[in-house]
Write a protein that binds this ligand. Structure first.
Ligand code: CP3
Length: 378
C-alpha cells in the first residue's frame, strides 16, 4: 500500500477518536520496556485488581471494519499478513475505533504452515484450504520445524507495533494443534472432522507424529511473537470442542501442555480458547493456560466451577447478540460483567469472533459500556 493510501485510510471517519503516537524515538522507548504492569488487560490475566473490566474482541481486526475492507480491495490476504506496514495498520484499526484494552496481531493460523512451505491458502468466504491433505507418514515430511528466519515479517511487524502501541498490550496468537490438524487432514473446513478423527482414532502413531510436529511449529511461531515484544499470547484451538473430554485428554492435551510449558519462560500470560468447549474447560485450563476463553454457551459463573482455581476467564457475549437492539445488548453485556466478577480475573470478550456484518459503532458503544459499567470505586 502506498503512503498516500495509508494516509487516506487514516483520515477515514471514525478513526480519529484516539490518536496513537506515531513511531518515534519516544514510542520506541515505550515499546522496549514491556507494557506497564498496570495495563488492565495484563492485570486481569494475572488475576490482580483492575480499575475496570478490560475488553477486546476476537476477530476485532478484519471484515467488520470498512477501512479493512477498503484496504483489502487492492491487497491479497497473503500480502496483507506478510507486509509489516499493512499488519501494523490492520492491527491498529480496531484499537483506534474502539479503545479496546488490547490489540490482536493481524495474521492467521495458516501463516506458520505457509511459511514452511505447506500448500495452504485462505479461500475467500470458505477458509483455509490445502493443496495436498496430510494423511500418511510420507505426507508429514512437509511439516519441517519453523525458524524465526521463515517469518522475518512477523518479528518486524510485532516490533514496530509494540513501539507504536506503547503501554497498550499486543496479543500474539497461533492456531491450536487440533484445529491446525483438522484443516491439514480434512483438506479444508469441515463440519464433522471425519477424516481427521478417523486418523486420530485409527492411526495413533501417525496422529502423535503429526501433533508433535504441529506443536513444535506452534511453539516456535509463538516464541517469535513473544520474543519480539507481544505481551500475551492466545492459542485458538477453535475446533477442539468437537472432541469428547476423554479423547481430548488422550490425543490433544499433552501436546497443548507442551506449548504452554514452552511459553512459560517468556513470562507472558497465555490464553487458551475454543468453541463449544463447555465440557473441556477444565482440561483446557489444565493444559497450562493462565486464562481460559469461554464461548457463549456456558455462563461465566458456571465456567468458574469447571476450571481449576488460579485461572482468569475470558468471554463470553454471543457475537450474534450484537445484531439485536441496543437495550438487549446492554442487558446481556451487564450480565456477562456481573458473572465475570465471580472469576479470579475477567477479560470481557465475545464468545467467538466478531461476525462480519457487525456494526462497528455497536462495538464502540459496547466497549464504553463495559468500561463504565464495570468501573471499580476509586
Ligand atoms: O482480529 C483478529 O482476530 C484478526 C487476526 C486473525 C485472523 N484470523 C485474520 C483473518 C485471527 C486471530 C485469526 C484466527 C483464525 N483464522 C482462526 C481462529 C479463530 C476463530 O475464528 O475461531 C481460524 C479458525 C482461522 C482460519 C480462517 N482464516 C478462517 C475460518 C477464515 C475466514 C474465511 C472467510 O472468508 O470466511 C480466515 C480468513 C481470515 N483470517 C480473515 C481475517 C481478517 C478474513 C479474510 C478476508 O476475507 O478479508
Amino acid at each position: 500500500m502506498s503512503p498516500g493510501h495509508l494516509l487516506a485510510a487514516a483520515a477515514s471517519p471514525g478513526r480519529g477518536r484516539r490518536r496513537l503516537p506515531a513511531i518515534s524515538g519516544y514510542g520506541i522507548i515505550l515499546g522496549v520496556t514491556s507494557p506497564a504492569d498496570t495495563s488492565p488487560f495484563l492485570l486481569a490475566c494475572r488475576r490482580q485488581e483492575v480499575p475496570y473490566t478490560p475488553v477486546w474482541y476476537m476477530r476485532q481486526a478484519g471484515r467488520s471494519l470498512p477501512e479493512y475492507r477498503e484496504l483489502r480491495l487492492a491487497t491479497s490476504m497473503r500480502d496483507a499478513w506478510s507486509t509489516p506496514d499493512l499488519v501494523a495498520e490492520i492491527t491498529l484499526q480496531p484499537v483506534r475505533r474502539y479503545d479496546v484494552d488490547a490489540a490482536i496481531f493481524f495474521s492467521d493460523i495458516v501463516v506458520p504452515l505457509r511459511a514452511i512451505g505447506v500448500g495452504i491458502d485462505i479461500k475467500p468466504g470458505v477458509g483455509p484450504v490445502v493443496d495436498q491433505p496430510i494423511r500418511s507418514a510420507a505426507d508429514l515430511a512437509v511439516l519441517r520445524p519453523l525458524s524465526p528466519d521463515d517469518v522475518p515479517y512477523i518479528t518486524e511487524a510485532v516490533t514496530s507495533l509494540t513501539a507504536e502501541l506503547g503501554p497498550k498490550p499486543l496479543i500474539g496468537f497461533a492456531g491450536g494443534p487440533f484445529t491446525l490438524a483438522s484443516y491439514l487432514v480434512d483438506g479444508g473446513p469441515s463440519k464433522n472432522f471425519e477424516i481427521t478423527k478417523s486418523l486420530m482414532y485409527g492411526n495413533p502413531e501417525l496422529w502423535s507424529d503429526l501433533m508433535t510436529r504441529l506443536t513444535d511449529i506452534t511453539i516456535a511461531f509463538l516464541k517469535v511473537q513473544a520474543d519480539a515484544g507481544a505481551s500475551a499470547i492466545q492459542l485458538f484451538d477453535s475446533w477442539a470442542g468437537a472432541l469428547s473430554p476423554e479423547d481430548y485428554r488422550a490425543s490433544v492435551l499433552p501436546h497443548t501442555r507442551r506449548i504452554f510449558d514452552a511459553l512459560q519462560a517468556s513470562g507472558v500470560p497465555r490464553i487458551h480458547f475454543g468453541v463449544n468447549t463447555g465440557e473441556l474447560l477444565g482440561a483446557m485450563g489444565e493444559a497450562g493456560a493462565d486464562v481460559v476463553g469461554v464461548d457463549w454457551r456456558v455462563p461465566l459463573d458456571e465456567a468458574v466451577s469447571r476450571v481449576e482455581p488460579g485461572k482468569a476467564l475470558q468471554g463470553n457475549l454471543d457475537p450474534a447478540i450484537l445484531m439485536a437492539p441496543w437495550h438487549v445488548i446492554e442487558e446481556r453485556a451487564r450480565r456477562v460483567i456481573d458473572q465475570g466478577r465471580t472469576a479470579e480475573g475477567h477479560i470481557f470478550n465475545l464468545g467467538h469472533g466478531v461476525l462480519p456484518q457487525t456494526d462497528p459503532d455497536v462495538l464502540a458503544r459496547l466497549t464504553e459500556l463495559v468500561h463504565t459499567a464495570s468501573a471499580r470505586p476509586a
